[in-house]
Design a protein around this ligand. Structure first.
Ligand code: C2E
Ligand code: CA
Ligand code: CA
Length: 734
């Protein structure tokens, strides 16, 4: 038996060995084949995702460019019909999001400011525009884009030209793709980068790549770009890796969107897993089945990981806006029935929370908001974080229920207690046409509506609906009227006297210049009715300078007529203060008019939201005002959350106590004590004090007694036409 066994066993062993070897080879072949197939599948998927992201970017940019062209065409029509004057184009630029607009005759020329020093006559594109083509092209040797359309008469009489800086285009591509591992750029037809994103892991690579080479990929890209075709290439980088680049044209403008990612973005990970799979398979045949199952699971995971990389928001752990746009439009197309709407939601005072409590706390709050919003959403609805502290929601609500839905959101969020009290938000909503869903347009409109929300609690939401669109239109009409007012010089100044007490009697000691609009039909319009619109459109700077110039001319005339020259103060808007080198204009006017700077005072409004850096800037600004020889006052002190701490940092000459300080409050000993101590603090710091809006004898008596230097208010005089004010002035002593 034993012998027999011994005889048999080599045979059995041989067969077993052969079978095992065959099995091994079989498993090996299957495993290798599987790994190769997996790798190919991942390559294909990488490519597919890249193409999807790239085409999405191209579509987005195309729609922005076309939108800008249409706006330009509307402006051209308004020019042709005379609805706007060519010299008022800068206001329209602010409304249409252009940096500058200009009308250019057939001879060309350099129509823009020094920021865009381009000579249009030298551009071939300019000729095409004269011949009737709409042109969108990069500015030569300058960071920006040029939009040209022929003037509406179609006679080749010139073009309307607009410029936008790169920053606007960059904001579109900055959305970031593949979680920062890839990037999107804009190229011209020679492959030169026109705009690259702020964070650019790979655009450096494209820039450093030589497309003139004879490699197959270089030839293909050159050819494609010349023929305005989309395509993709793989090319090697200096460090032995490979990059996948997809490019596609934006309309017929000769400009391309290029998106690139490392080729092994997912493949490297896949390879490791595949190798482990081979080792595993060789061990046990039974595992073959398991391996198959693992392969399926793994493929699912890869897909999930891919989505995670492209569509996630690292701050909230949820979705980003790219996902929102993509998935949202897909959802709507899937179930087009019923009302769809986009809500844009922004946190109030988030900047403050970040500033005071630090970014970590800020980020945690963003995550909390996101998850709170998620809980409010139903089946098939979406939430994502957009830029900064803005969130977007896609909800299934007919227009008449949208407001209630938004009220629910803010009610839920109000329950969150932040470092600055309970969380408040502003929201805008816009319904979406399910037949042609355009979510980025809906986001833009929802934001437009949101920005009109007044900071008041509890109503914190607005809808972009027909009445809203009508109001937008009305605002454009009002803006036209305001522009005409500048052209027709319909503004004048009133002077409100400031009084001091001498020998127990009030005596004129200065004035504040206040602007009035003398409307041909409506009569005298107070500033409260037009300054907000001036502020929204940037016209406020023009208005401030106009008032300043009128005051300078007036002072000059007083000097010549031998009237006593009392100091006159002029308001400077907050927006103006933020403009770089804004004092240059004031210096020029001073020089041109020859007014005595010592008689001028600029009124700046205080701002509790000053950050440390801004306080530094405000201090420098006051220094420059002093260098020009003018005085400087802090206006509306006490109207908001005033901070006495500001007086320590800002070397102002005058403190103007706001009317709110005095209205109905002087009866309480507590208020009196507060005002007394502010006045005495001002005295100690050698700061002149002015009480504004004084209407009652009792208020004045208290203020004189408490040591207030000057009083301005209806009790003594309202704002007066200049002639009436001059009648109050004594003749000059000299
Ligand atoms: P403000 O700088 O605080 O100017 C004082 C306002 O209080 C003036 O209103 C004045 O008429 C009003 N007022 C004066 N005394 C009394 C009083 O006893 N009782 C009451 N109830 N009101 C009094 P006005 O002229 O309507 O100006 C409103 C605001 O418009 C100004 O507030 C200022 O912020 C702005 N403003 C006026 N002119 C200009 C300007 O040229 N440039 C800028 N940026 N803003 C201006
Ligand atoms: Ca003022
Ligand atoms: Ca004031």
């Amino acid at each position: 038996m034993q012998r027999r066994k011994k005889q048999l066993s080599p045979k059995v062993r041989r067969w077993a060995l052969i079978a095992a070897a065959a099995l091994l080879v079989g498993i090996g072949v299957v495993a290798v084949w599987n790994a190769v197939a997996l790798r190919q599948a991942v390559d294909r998927r990488t490519q597919q995702y890249l193409e999807d992201v790239s085409s999405q970017s191209a579509q987005l940019i195309r729609s922005r460019v076309d939108g800008a062209m249409n706006q330009l065409a509307l402006v051209a029509e308004d020019l042709a019909s005379g609805a706007i004057a060519p010299n008022a184009l800068h206001n329209r630029a602010a409304l249409t999001n252009f940096d500058e607009l200009a009308v250019v005759g057939p001879e060309g020329g350099t129509p823009f400011s020094d920021a865009f020093p381009v000579n249009l006559g030298e551009l071939p594109a300019f000729q095409s525009a004269l011949n009737g083509t709409r042109v969108f092209c990069p500015l030569p040797e300058k960071d920006g884009f040029l939009y040209l359309i022929p003037l509406a008469d179609g006679q080749g009489s010139g073009v309307l030209a607009g410029v936008k800086s790169d920053a606007k285009m960059r904001a579109i591509i900055d959305n970031g793709c593949f979680n920062g591992q890839g990037s999107t750029c804009i190229l011209d037809s020679s492959g030169t980068i026109l705009v690259s994103p702020t964070q650019r892991p790979f655009s450096v690579l494209i820039a450093a790549t030589d497309y003139s080479g004879s490699e197959v990929w270089a030839q293909k890209m050159r050819q494609d770009l010349q023929q305005s075709q989309a395509g993709s290439i793989v090319f090697p980088t200096g460090d032995g890796k490979e990059v996948l680049l997809d490019y596609r044209p934006i309309g017929d403008y000769g400009i391309y969107v290029a998106t690139l990612i490392p080729r092994d973005l997912i493949a490297a990970e896949v390879e490791l897993h595949a190798r482990q799979a081979v080792g595993f398979a060789v061990g046990v045949a039974v595992l073959l089945a398991l391996l198959g199952a693992a392969g399926v699971v793994f493929q699912h995971q890869t897909q999930a990981q891919m989505r995670q990389v492209v569509f996630s928001d690292p701050v909230t752990g949820g979705h980003n806006n790219a996902y929102f746009l993509w998935e949202g439009e897909r959802l709507i197309r899937q179930k087009p029935a019923g009302g769809w709407a986009v809500v844009a939601l922004n946190l109030k005072d988030f900047r403050l929370i970040n500033e005071v409590k630090g970014e970590k706390v800020g980020d945690a709050l963003l995550a909390q908001v996101y998850h709170t919003l998620l809980q409010q959403l139903g089946e098939g609805e979406l939430a994502a974080r957009g830029e900064g502290d803005t969130f977007y929601l896609l909800v299934r609500s007919p227009q008449d229920q949208l407001a209630a839905r938004m009220e629910d959101f803010s009610a839920q969020l109000r329950a969150i207690n932040t470092a600055m009290g309970f969380l408040r938000v502003s929201q805008g909503g816009c319904s979406v046409d399910p037949a042609a869903p355009d979510l980025s347009a809906a986001e833009r409109r929802a934001n437009l509506a949101r920005k009109t929300v007044v900071a008041e609690y509890p109503s914190s939401a607005a809808l972009f609906d027909a009445p809203f669109a009508a109001r937008q239109q009305e605002e454009i009409e009002r803006l036209k009227e305001l522009e005409q007012a500048f052209a027709r010089e319909e503004f004048c100044i009133y002077l409100q006297p400031k009084y001091r007490q001498r020998d127990g009697r009030p005596e004129v000691a200065g004035a504040e210049a206040l602007v009035r609009w003398v409307h041909p039909r409506r009569g005298l319009i107070p500033p409260g009715e037009f300054i907000p619109l001036c502020e929204r459109t940037g016209l406020i700077r023009q208005l401030d300078l106009l008032v300043f110039e009128k005051v300078c001319l007036l002072l000059k005339r007083w000097a010549e007529q031998g009237l006593a020259e009392v100091p006159v103060s002029v308001n400077v808007s907050r927006q103006h203060m933020k403009t770089a080198r804004f004092l240059d204009n004031y210096r020029n006017i001073l020089q041109r008019t020859g007014a005595d700077a010592r008689c001028l005072e600029l009124e700046l409004t205080e701002n509790v939201l000053f950050t440390t850096r801004e306080i530094g800037e405000a201090r420098d600004l006051i220094g420059h005002i002093h260098q020009l020889g003018m005085r400087c006052s802090l206006d509306d002190f006490g109207a908001g959350y005033s901070s006495l701490g500001l007086l320590k940092d800002l070397p102002v000459d005058t403190l103007k106590l706001d009317r709110q300080f005095f209205v109905g409050s002087l009866d309480s000993p507590r208020s009196q004590a507060v005002i007394r101590s502010i006045l005495s603090l001002a005295k100690t710091l050698n700061i002149e004090s002015v009480a504004e809006g004084i209407e009652e004898e009792g208020q004045a008596a208290f203020l004189w007694e408490a040591g207030c230097d000057l009083i301005q208010g209806y009790l003594y005089a309202p704002p007066l036409p200049t002639a009436a004010f001059e009648a109050l002035l004594p003749p000059s002593d000299n």
